[in-house]
Each structure stands twice: as structure tokens, then as C-alpha cells.
Design a protein around this ligand. Structure first.
Ligand SMILES: [Zn+2]
Length: 165
């Protein structure tokens, strides 16, 4: 395919009745007020098409139609059946995603997302923390090392068997 300028690409897409999105939807892009942001993406160069679906917003409409099939619990379900109330302090290695931070602040303060975006938009989310390196446990068997030891043992057996012939 020949390289086209951004303007030419936009013109081609416009001629086909589409527009090029400046903001590509992603998880945690904070482009909607859904608590759990979920975006579907399908694309294929042979079809020359890309489909983005904002599932979270579609689901939100469905939740309104079928409230009897929706349960929102203000607690975290850890494992199969252990409920943990409250929110956990950020302890990830990377910085806290802004969208998650805003939703955590919403939970903590009871304010709306637009209010939180206004109040915290110029502030930085909590920083990530480097985890301490884990010391290797001497009792743990390295599977690769074990495999090589087994291969070496088999090679010795083959040499010994061949020597008997
Ligand atoms: Zn949404």
C-alpha cells in the first residue's frame, strides 16, 4: 500500500462516509463514567476496517432494562466468597491509571466523576512502587536444570548400553 498523508487518509475515509477518531477508545481512557470501562476492538488490514465497541456503555443501557439481573456490591470479592469492604491503597509497580484513581476517589468521597475530574485533573495519580527482589529459594527445583540433568543421565545410559553391544 502506498503511503498517504494524514490529510489524504482523512479525505478517503470521509469520502466513504466515515471519520478518523482522534481519541482512540481504550480501557481506562476515562471517556465515560462507567465504573468498569470495557472496549472491544476488531480490525483487519485485508478488510480495511476497524471496529471499536464501548461495551461498558452498551451494558449500562442493558442494566437499566434488566435490573433484576444485575448486582452491584460495594465491596471487593476476593477469591470465591470472601468480601472485602473499603478500597485498597494503590500498591502496583506502575503508576495508578488515572481512570482507576478517579473511580477510587469517587468511592472514597461520594463525589461525581465530573467533580473529581475538575478537582484532581491537574494532580498526579499515586506513583508505582518497585517491589523488592525475591531471593531464590534453594529448595525449589529449577525445571530447566532438572530437565538437563535428566537428559545428561539418559545420554550416559545410552553410551553405556551402546558399549555393551
Ligand atoms: Zn462506558
Amino acid at each position: 500500500m502506498t503511503q498517504l498523508s494524514d490529510t489524504a487518509i482523512a479525505d478517503v475515509v470521509a469520502a466513504m462516509g466515515g471519520t478518523l477518531s482522534e481519541d482512540i477508545w481504550t480501557h481506562e481512557d476515562d471517556a465515560c463514567d462507567c465504573t468498569f470501562q470495557r472496549v472491544g476492538l476488531w480490525k483487519n488490514p485485508y478488510l480495511g476496517e476497524t471496529l471499536h465497541v464501548r461495551w461498558c456503555c452498551i451494558w449500562a443501557e442493558l442494566y437499566r432494562l434488566f435490573p433484576q439481573f444485575v448486582r452491584v456490591t460495594p465491596a471487593y470479592l476476593s477469591g470465591e466468597d470472601e468480601w472485602q469492604p473499603g478500597v485498597r491503597e494503590w500498591d502496583g509497580e506502575s503508576d495508578m491509571p488515572r481512570a482507576i484513581w478517579y473511580r477510587q476517589l469517587r468511592r472514597q468521597t461520594g463525589r461525581t466523576l465530573p467533580e473529581i475530574r475538575e478537582a484532581y485533573g491537574s494532580m498526579e495519580p499515586p506513583k508505582g512502587r518497585t517491589r523488592p527482589a525475591v531471593e531464590p529459594d534453594e529448595d525449589v527445583v529449577d525445571p530447566l536444570e532438572a530437565a538437563f540433568a535428566m537428559i545428561e543421565h539418559l545420554a550416559e545410559r545410552i553410551v553405556a548400553l551402546e558399549a555393551r553391544e
